[in-house]
Design a protein around this ligand. Structure first.
Ligand code: C2E
Ligand code: MG
Ligand code: MG
Length: 631
């Protein structure tokens, strides 16, 4: 009796079942369909073995029993084919109703062909103990069905290639290849009964490549990972039932410094606790964002309260630490278009840095508009639609324009100018500011190299640096490289920085400033006099110029208190031997007062708005001899 291959197949399937059933799984359609496939293959292998036993002892058994056993095996092949198709459909047809429709249709086909197998005759070939097999119309029908299944699978994969992840498509193809090879070998040599074993190998391939629950688990915590989150959300979004999502990030409370072992123990205690919230499927997505998914509103309510209560107490045994949670409640889970939007929304909500954020339609709208701006910046950078305008800065000592501020603009596809106020914040949040800042700096250097504005008295160009750029370790190296590339003297550049509250950013900023100052670049402190500025900041910042913000200048004329504050600030700044630029000077009166106060540089609409490069050149060329402005 030749049942070695069948036995190997059975062992292989049992090993897979052992691992599969002992692993934590997220409830997915494909997981259920995989179990269906496993059962069909396992039953088929058992029936295959059974038919071999019946054939071997057929002389001592009633003919009806032997034939029934053989037909049962042959009809099990029909079900194997049906479950293969169901598995692939479970992956492709996301909408619940579509999937159920196809599943029902396949069940009907399976039952019909099974009856047909039982109705058609089957013959037994028995030359020797190793050369025993069945043939005849019932067997030919299964061959036809197998070929049809393979053709259907190929069509399904090809037609739905955009819906199926390439990895999954590849795994299904390999599985089909193994099965086809075994069928051809068995067809050519009927004594080599490989098809059953090949089906078990097929199930193994699907398990290892697609259905291994391990791939859905986060290695560090054992919670479900982001891949599992996206798969599960895709499924929930496509089904009718309601579900409830609660995102969570946390910050650590201040306290004594704990060893990394103690921190780790606290973290694992926290993970253990959140993984046991009743009714919740818990995911750990990137950047440590925890997401709780509930299928029941009551469970979500009680889960939230259990969590809230626990967070009021410290974590850890002898060495303790408070954890401060931030909650992101998705008020209506169907506000998104696709599953990955949830992650974007959580990230977006996180930046508000609040204890509780309600993610609703308005937030989706503002995220969408932010994404549209992001897209606009990316396209403008790609299509070279980033422009630099220059606003002249007047020196009250030299009585002429001595510098200019470079200000970025984006030209949209229709040719309109978009102001930085519309996109700088988004560029900062998305990190696009790094490249945008470099593009502006390259354009400024190109301008200095080509047009030599120093011949018209412009000693240097002031270029804005974003806080985000300042916190980048290689900023100095990159800006030095650009200056070298355009052969621009560092004396022709002044970089404008703004205050930063974060200490770690400040350390990197100071390091960047040190390196660039050593190279010869000077710095200005921009927007002095706005909400954040503080006099101490100037004392320990190695800047050469302080720029008074427009608001400060405007309020100087509007109220006495502001006048005193500005006088004191000016006194101190001059005492530190720093120069002052007054921004936002719009009238003759404002100009005269600033000059009287001894302010070295004046910038504002009084002289000129920021101008496109050519207009700026014409402006300074016409006024190179120096002017005394009149209104
Ligand atoms: P900022 O650096 O303080 O630039 C001065 C802003 O005040 C400019 O606005 C300028 O047009 C405006 N301004 C100048 N004089 C007057 C005046 O007399 N009256 C009024 N009402 N406004 C005046 P703009 O060009 O819209 O830039 C706004 C901000 O965008 C800048 O403020 C700066 O923070 C940022 N920004 C502009 N270009 C860049 C850039 O290349 N990189 C970075 N990181 N930020 C930039
Ligand atoms: Mg500025
Ligand atoms: Mg400013």
């Amino acid at each position: 009796m030749n049942i070695l291959a069948q036995c190997c197949g059975i062992v292989l399937l049992l090993v897979i079942l052992y691992f599969y059933s002992n692993q934590k799984k997220v409830q997915l359609h494909t997981g259920q369909a995989f179990m269906g496939m496993w059962i069909a293959t396992f039953v088929s292998l058992l029936l295959d073995t059974n038919s071999m036993v019946l054939l071997t002892y057929r002389d001592n058994l009633p003919d009806l029993v032997v034939r029934f056993g053989c037909k049962a095996y042959v009809s099990s092949l029909v079900w194997q084919a049906i479950f293969c198709l169901i598995y692939v459909c479970s992956d492709i047809y996301e909408k619940d109703e579509m999937y159920s429709k196809y599943k029902k249709c396949l069940y009907v086909c399976g039952s019909f062909f099974m009856l047909l197998v039982f109705a058609l005759p089957i013959y037994i070939h028995a030359e020797s103990a190793t050369d025993t097999y069945t043939y005849g119309p019932a067997v030919i029908l299964t061959y036809i069905l197998a070929a049809t299944t393979l053709i259907l699978l190929t069509i399904l994969l090809r037609k739905n290639k955009d819906k199926m992840n390439p990895n999954r498509r590849r795994a299904v193809r390999v599985w089909m290849g193994v099965w086809l090879l075994a069928a051809v070998i068995q067809f050519l040599n009927n004594a080599l009964l490989l098809v059953g074993y090949a089906s078990a190998v097929g199930v193994t391939i699907i398990y290892l490549k697609l259905e291994n629950p391990e791939a859905n688990l986060d290695r560090k915590t054992g919670l479900f990972n982001q891949t599992a989150f996206l798969l599960y959300m895709k499924q929930l979004l496509n089904q009718e039932e309601d579900y409830y999502l609660l995102g969570m990030s946390y910050s650590l409370g201040k306290g004594e410094n704990l060893s990394s072992d103690a921190e780790e123990a606290i973290y694992m205690e926290f993970i253990q606790f959140i993984s046991e919230i009743p009714g919740a499927t818990v995911f750990r997505c990137e950047d440590d964002m925890i997401v709780f998914a509930f299928l029941d509103a009551g469970e979500m309510d009680s889960g939230y309260h259990i969590l809230m209560e626990r967070f009021e107490k410290p974590w850890g045994k002898s060495l303790v630490r408070m954890m401060i949670p931030h909650w992101y409640y998705v008020s209506n889970p169907r506000i998104v278009r696709e599953e990955k939007d949830y992650l974007k929304l959580f990230q977006y909500a996180e930046q508000f840095n609040r204890d509780f954020v309600r993610i609703d339609e308005d937030m989706v709208k503002s995220l969408n508009s932010e994404q549209a701006i992001e897209q606009m910046i990316v396209e403008a950078m790609r299509e070279d639609r980033v422009e630099v305008y220059y606003q002249p800065i007047y020196s009250t000592y030299r009585n002429q324009f001595a510098s200019a501020e470079a200000l970025v603009r984006i030209r949209d596809k229709e040719g309109n100018i978009i102001m930085p106020g519309c996109f700088i914040e988004v560029a900062e949040r998305t990190g696009l500011i790094m490249r945008l800042g470099e593009i502006v700096f390259e354009k400024v250097c190109h301008f200095i190299k080509e047009e030599k504005p120093e011949q018209y008295g412009i000693e240097y160009i002031e270029v804005n640096l974003s806080i985000i750029q300042c916190g980048y370790e290689y900023l100095a190296a990159s800006y030095k490289r650009i200056m070298r590339e355009y052969e621009v003297s560092p004396k022709a550049i002044n970089l404008e920085i703004t205050e930063t509250a974060s200490l770690s950013e400040k350390r990197i900023l100071l390091e960047n400033m040190r390196e660039l100052r050593e190279y010869g670049v000077t710095f200005s402190l921009d927007d002095f006099g706005t909400g954040q500025s503080n006099l101490n900041y100037i004392v320990d910042m190695p800047v050469d110029i302080v720029k008074f913000d427009r608001d400060m200048i405007q309020s100087y004329f509007a109220n006495d208190k502001a006048k005193y504050v500005m006088d004191a600030a000016m006194h101190m700044i001059h005492g530190l031997n720093l120069k002052i630029v007054s921004e936002g000077v719009e009238t003759q009166e404002q100009y005269a007062t600033m000059e009287e106060l001894g302010i070295s540089y004046i910038q504002g609409y009084y002289f000129s708005r920021p101008l496109p490069q050519e207009e700026f050149l014409a402006f300074i060329r016409d006024r190179r001899g120096g002017i005394v402005p009149v209104s």
